[in-house]
Design a protein around this ligand. Sequence first.
Ligand code: MRU
Length: 338
Amino acid sequence: MCRVVRAIDWDSGAVVIIDQTLLPGRFSTVRLETVDELIGAIRRLAVRGAPALGAAGALGVALAAGRHGTETPEALATVRAEAGRLARARPTAVNLRHGVERALAVLEHGPEAVLADALAMLDTDERINRAASRHAADLLLRLCPGRRLRVLTHCNTGRLATVAWGTALGAIRHLHAEGRLEVVLADETRPLLQGSRLTAWELADEGIPYRVLPDSAAASAMARGMVDCVVVGADRIAANGDTANKIGTYGLAVVAARHDLPFVVVATESTVDRSVPDGAGIVVEERAPEEITHFAGTRVAPEGTAVFNPAFDVTPVALVTAVVTENGVLAEGRGQTP
Ligand code: MRU
């Protein structure tokens, strides 16, 4: 069984995370005592997933406020500068920026107030994740009546990606608890393998039946009638419902539409960015070429190979059956919602 409940937490003046780069081989937590350490952990994906990054943003400001204080203009400026760098550590998941901004809004009340608000945010994360995933599970059951579901998912959207429960994987957990899940088809999620390393680890831990498949087999699985629906998370949702999520999500949506399969996005409201009218305004993070040219430390492409390595893609809402949050259906695309 998993030994801690939370992927990210606070303990005696430090942010404590499960180091996700070591899973599934080793379960280990790390104490992060400075904002620079936290930024490093975010950049190497030791802590990752949009809701967990939101918590990291708020806790990081608490860390900075605790270290530098908030009593002088100089101290406030230092905290704000660290908060700015933290907010920019990864550009796509808007939760990170939202978490930082939420914490900065109480900065003038002092470090204790910043920490109390960040901890309150962590406490509500599980409740809103459960609510969003409950709506999604109910929708999937309405869209696919009468059978135990074979659900395809991408990346990791479970308790590792949030504080405690999960979004798309949370919906899968609801379906399993109710005896309405046959199997999860978990995309391995190239290049960093969040599906095979993290989603499979979570599913195995909970005794939920699953198979891992290469990303390139997902279209074939749909064509062969092995999938009833696709459910994914989100890193940023534009005002019109266009959704940025892990690279490969757009392709899944195209293929799901081709096979008339429900494609449902599950997220919390903190992932919605109403300042961006549509997906064209979402910044997509490009990651290091070594993630592609090397595998587990071994070179797998010739020296000098040029690389295109976007961490995310944007799925137009027209390809999405529904975008679901804790408030219910936020946006509908291709009209399968009953
Ligand atoms: O690069 P990552 O691992 O942070 O990407 C994570 C995803 O794309 C998730 O699907 C998304 O953050 C939703 S997590 C509930």
